[in-house]
Design a protein around this ligand. Structure first.
Ligand code: HSE
Length: 434
């Protein structure tokens, strides 16, 4: 059997990690692929000192890789415009594609998969979500017998690292972000991490696989972690919760909830224990129940592990015919369901609220009445004594499950009270137990 020719585009952390892993573990990789896998061409603007290319051919123009005689183009350049052009060129030339590019798949996956289907080639993207955790393969293969009810994941390591350091060491947001950048986890534009965009990209991909729907990046409700104040981390702990930045996709009768936001999760829930830069994804299937997948979400080794697993999969299935290959979505590509995405107002969650209220008789009564007017039940309440010289006190409430619409109505009414100072802090709560 002929060797499979691989062309790697991009020689940054992941590109170099992929090249090195293909070389260091070549025996086991070839054995799993049942044929020899050979990197015959690398396209990179510059060399990478951690990577000894020896006599592998190198071109500075990555498009030369897409136009070469390789069987699989491995896109590891990141970004969107050039990467999209490169991938579509490779597909048009009949190449299979392996990519780690979450933004590209989340925003242009539908177009890319359609082109791939037409050409009868595969596009594999395990490394696009949660780095080394084989969550794509789990959803597409291991859980294929289930109706997926929901999934919830810590899918941005930088955000998780920041929240962990704030909680454990009371550290400053900007300082921790700088450390995540130095560790090589943060995106080129760290707003992607802290504003939740990176997590939204990954959630869209997971939801497409879980529910057999197109990529709907346009429809994700997204909140980042920039509004999280240390005091809320402390009150959450007092109530028995930890704040995690979650991507949540839930199948409801009327459609799918797709949302990314800071979330209080019970501290005894396993996902609450996932700290630092680590990632974890919970998936609830109707047959299997709740499952949890944990691992490193970025870095050379973990991401290369996922990229190479895809190279092996595609290599092993070369020649079987497109209809026998693993589909791009969780379901056979031609029966993808265009499910409605529910507006955030239709989401149902419990909620943590913090208000700054005047310390005087009757204030609590009025607020409790407003909650009741909006059919919201209060589960727990904490009121702290005022600081010296301060006439306002923090009032923290945990509600029972309610609709976002009810909650927003109550918040608006409470914020209108003269006895309440400034906007309320509002963090959703997920028990993740049903
Ligand atoms: N910036 C991402 C993170 C890298 O922090 O998780 C992996 O996609």
């Amino acid at each position: 059997m002929k060797a499979v020719k691989i062309g790697i585009c991009g020689l940054g952390t992941v590109g170099a990690g992929t090249f090195n892993l293909l070389s260091s573990n070549c025996e086991i990789i070839n054995a799993h692929a049942n044929r020899e896998i050979e990197v015959t061409l690398v396209g990179a603007r510059r060399d990478n000192p951690v990577c000894d290319l020896s006599d592998t051919a190198v071109v500075r123009d990555i498009f030369a890789v897409a136009n070469s005689d390789v069987d699989i183009v491995v896109e590891l350049i990141g970004g969107i415009d050039v990467a999209k052009n490169l991938v579509l060129t490779a597909i048009a030339n009949g190449k299979h594609v392996v990519t780690a590019n979450k933004a590209l798949i989340a925003e242009y996956g539908n177009e890319i998969f359609a082109a791939a289907r037409k050409q009868g080639v595969q596009v594999a993207y395990e490394a696009a979500v949660a780095g080394g955790i084989p969550i794509i393969k789990n959803l597409r293969e291991g859980l294929a017998a289930n109706k997926i009810e929901w999934l919830a994941g810590i899918i941005n390591g930088t955000g998780n690292f920041i929240l962990t350091e704030m909680r454990d060491k009371g550290r400053d947001f900007a300082e921790v972000l700088a450390e995540a950048q130095a560790l090589g986890y943060a995106e080129a534009d760290p707003a992607f991490d802290v504003e939740g965009i990176d997590a939204a990209h990954k959630l869209v991909i997971l939801a497409a696989l879980a529910f057999g729907m197109p990529m709907r990046f346009d429809a994700v409700y997204t909140e980042g972690i920039t509004g999280i104040e240390p005091v809320d981390v402390v009150y959450a702990e007092e109530l028995g919760y930890r704040i995690k930045h979650l991507g949540i996709a839930r199948r409801r009768e009327a459609g799918v909830e797709l949302r990314v936001h800071p979330t209080l999760v019970p501290e005894n829930c396993l996902i609450a224990q996932v700290d630092g830069v680590m990632n974890a994804v919970m998936v609830k299937g109707d047959a299997v129940g709740s499952t949890l997948y944990y691992g490193a979400g970025a870095g050379a080794g973990p991401t290369a592990s996922a990229v190479v697993a895809d190279i092996i999969d595609v290599s092993r299935s070369l020649g079987v015919g497109a209809e026998r290959a693993i589909p791009h979505y969780g379901f056979v590509d031609d029966v993808v369901a265009d499910l409605p995405i529910l507006d955030i107002n239709e989401a149902e969650t419990a909620c943590y609220l913090r208000a700054s209220v005047l310390d005087q008789p009757g204030v609590l009564l009025v607020i409790a009445q407003i909650m009741s007017n909006h059919a919201i039940s209060i589960e727990a309440i904490i009121q702290k004594p005022p600081d010296v010289g301060e006439e306002h006190v923090p009032l923290i409430m945990l509600t029972n499950q309610t609709s976002e619409k009810n909650l927003r109505g109550a918040i608006a009414d409470i914020e209108r009270l003269d006895t309440v100072k400034g906007p309320l802090v509002h963090i959703r709560v997920e028990a993740l137990d049903t």
